[in-house]
Design a protein around this ligand. Sequence first.
Ligand code: M6R
Length: 614
Amino acid sequence: MCGIVGYVGPRSAQDVVIEGLRRLEYRGYDSAGIAVESQGELSARKKSGKLANLVVELDEHPIPASTHGIGHTRWATHGGPTDANAHPHLSQNGRVALVHNGIIENFAELRAELEAEGVEFTSETDTEVAAQLLGREVESGAGLVESLRAVSRRLEGAFTLVAIDTAEPESVVAARRNSPLVVGLGEGENFLASDVAAFIEHTREALELGQDQVVEITPDTVTVTDFDGGEAETRPYHVDWDLSAAEKDGFDWFMRKEIFEQPKAVADTLLGRWGSKGELVLDEIRISPETLRRIDKIVIVACGTAFYAGMVAKYAIEHWTRIPCEVEIASEFRYRDPIIDPMTLVVTISQSGETADTLMAIRHAREQHAKVIAICNTNGATIPRESDAVIYTHAGPEIGVASTKGFLTQVVACYLLGLYLAQVRGMKYGDEIKALMDELDTMPAKIQKVLDERQRVLDLAAEFAKVPSVLFLGRHVGYPVALEGALKLKELAYIHAEGFAAGELKHGPIALIDQELPVFVVVPPQGRDQLHDKVVSNIQEIRARGARTIVLAEEGDTDVEPYADVLIPLPRVSTLLQPLVATVPLQLFACELATQKGHDVDQPRNLAKSVTVE
Ligand code: M6R
């Protein structure tokens, strides 16, 4: 959601900014713009639509060469995705250009104040308020950094602001509250961006900023202060993936590449978790075993696909630890006044580590003195930084808007947490935990097998290109898999899709079934699971009403064969681990169907990769 790039150094600012914005396209946006300073004047170009439109505009109406500039991809909130509303916004006096990610909640009163002073606004955005305020501050004689601090103190809501000033051609400044911003540390050049992908081809050294901080970069310096000018704490870190991880590498879509990266992502997330003393180790858990033994409730909070990973986790964690575990959508969590206290362990799951709803849930939980563990894929992101502990998934950068390897590695991290809690609380013997860890270690090869046998699922996509609606059914951990299959189809193929707990079918959804409707069913492993037969009965009920059944079941499941119009075999795994193999065909199906429909799989309409506003 909104991508921001700022650059100062010896290179062409236009080249660095446009390339940086290209690498942030995956975040989701509907207009783009750039501003540079040259010879004491600002030049800006802004276009609605894709970045390619801005590039054409720059070809037709070039801006002067400059080594100092800012750029932005905007995901519209206040005002439609028009050229005028695109960022950067310039102050009326022409002194400053500014880009913004977030929502300025008190923009209406600030706008009224500025209009009363004679400022004429040229857009409908909340952002322009910040640009005009900054223009007024610098005009009054304060330096750019000091002016930005003053503006930041007046703003309410969530914002990353990045600005340049014609009077300070060697600086780019930024302020951050509740929205993402990282600094890229180069040699004789420095960068500001929403995430490291924007500058990874120039430097892998980064600086993580905290809340309510202002940063000034020049070619040779990076200075960070708080909003009052006091000292601020930052954390330098090295990005452990390189440019190739952010390239498609011969695949048509990042999403497809990421689906195929899942065996490695799962293996990397499991790596190094079994210690030399023969026990599960989670180095990043900075909460003492004594505290974890006192926990009497777990609440998992997340959004979208990460929420479904949390649903899988509930089954595993309750089964292994016998600790009551709730799962809640982050945007609902704090507004219902949840019952949490110092004995509650709140587990948040977020691939990006920047999802605003999840972040706000953490803050609420910590205010109630609960302990918070984040499961996150992004080093240095806000969510792990504000949590008591973190378990990093090692999926590498996930660029496709639809989460795939993010999901599988989140599920793995949840298993690790569940087993760790069982170990710490003495709920499982060491050899039981080792047996489960051994089975987890077999999962990358099993996921690979599903990928190798993908052809049947890809063929299905061609058959179903025109269906208006699809159902997904599952029970137990198959239920969140069904929900995830439906979400993938909605977000990529723009097809109406619903996931249901198969047992709920007779309580209403069965009325939807007719001969046109394809129904995917996730069947629990045969013989070892009491729900298997019940799901087979559910499939017969669907078939009796004429629907087409696409059944995902363990290879060799002879009970289900007669009732499957299409059978997608899954490798043998224990029930709790089945989501790691059962989700993959559904990801492939959605990706392929969207491709056949001619959709942009990596950047589906209206979606943003990282939802940084509530
Ligand atoms: O970065 P997060 O894991 O916090 O993101 C949560 C959701 O926004 C995300 O999973 C979303 O549902 C994806 N588009 C699903 O594919």
